[in-house]
Design a protein around this ligand. Sequence first.
Ligand code: C2O
Ligand code: CU
Ligand code: CU
Length: 467
Amino acid sequence: MDRRQFLLGTAGAGALAAGGYGLWRAADSGRAGRDPIELQVRETSYTFGADRPETAGLVSLADGAPPPVLRLKQGQPAHLRLVNALPDYTTMHWHGIRLPNAMDGVPYLTQFPVGEGEAFDYVFTPPDAGTYWYHPHCMTMRQMAQGLTGILVVEEAEDMGFDADVPLNLKDFRLGDDGQLLPYFTPRGAARGGTLGNVLTTNWQVSPVEDVPAGGLVRLRLAATDTARIYQLVLPDVPGRIIAWDGHPVREEVPWPTADAPLALSPGQRVDVALRMPDADGVELAVVARLGFGQQDMVRLRTAGASLGRHMREVPVLPANPLPVPDLAKAEMQELVFGWTPDGSGADNGLCGTFGYSFWSIDRTPWPGDAVEGVGPVATLKLGRSYVLRLRNESPNAHPIHLHGLVFTPIRSNRRTLATNPTDTVLLQRNEVIDVALVADNPGDWAFHCHVIEHQKTGLAGYVRVV
Ligand code: C2O
Ligand code: CU
Ligand code: CU
């Protein structure tokens, strides 16, 4: 992309983002009792670069633009009205947010799918600040491949004092030479690591340039919202620190990634990074994704203006979120096994999209489908009790395992040293066993699945019941 195209591109996106910013702020609207924030799911088209034809059949919450960054405030009620303008069913899920079960957006488990022309009101108060995201949970494979994934920022009660806040939504698209979407999934991909896209984007742009203040402290919010890709990220070589992991301020330091040891960010995960930008004007630094062959700049940060002269020591310690603390001495252990399935028949997801086959399972049982009645939970936890879940991967593929509604902390692995930071999604590497500790403090039926959507949709799904 040359500079002129970039300017044209960001001018458009910026105008939308600026307009959207006010619109989405909980402080301005969307409080309980006031007008809801309306999120209209719609079909749209978009051009992924001047050298490409326009792509039709995308899905967003805006016309000709990616789904906006939603900004809510910690501890303040939010009211998000999902309006479905698609000729298809959908729901919306608020990934990583601890909220009442009925607001979780999981079809048949917590709500009925939302049909064309229908609306659903999501009302909740986010208890935790940080970087989260949203995506549909009905027609998940199709609508996420069509682009419906967005970043949800829950702002701290107080301003953290960064000079720039840069949400970066990392997502692949699978496009043919004609610029149109290729099949969203493949049996080959579903049975292995998932079907990767061929156009890697950040905020729906290929290697966008973001202007940030020279000498400033910048907060990057990277979210891996692709359906399959595990990003291997290298951060620029400037003073910086990883300040939050999967939403929550880090408790244990996450090492700064390098070319030899990139940071693995798997589907569903987020990382917040504080950077101290160079003093000179016009310096470009990239966040790089290492690929099997070569690499790609996911974003280029370009310094602008006179140096603000900030210091790394001015990076704030993010206030801890009000998370429950597991009592390891009293925690009961339950094991969950992820692997292949002996049963190859497809699931029944009712109105929410079904593949014709299953490959994966939890405890050797493939998920029979969202719409199948009378399917029990993979685990039943007592409200208020502490547990250790032993997550055992018996397969040679990696699985980002995600639990809704609760936060858990990985405490040990059989294969590596883990940073024990609270999370909602943990990457299980091949043949890895990870113990995670949690407090079952939120009642309800909580979806539990691999976030490689082809794995989720071909058996690696279930739910955990907290009563
Ligand atoms: Cu981000 Cu059940 O999903
Ligand atoms: Cu989720
Ligand atoms: Cu998986």
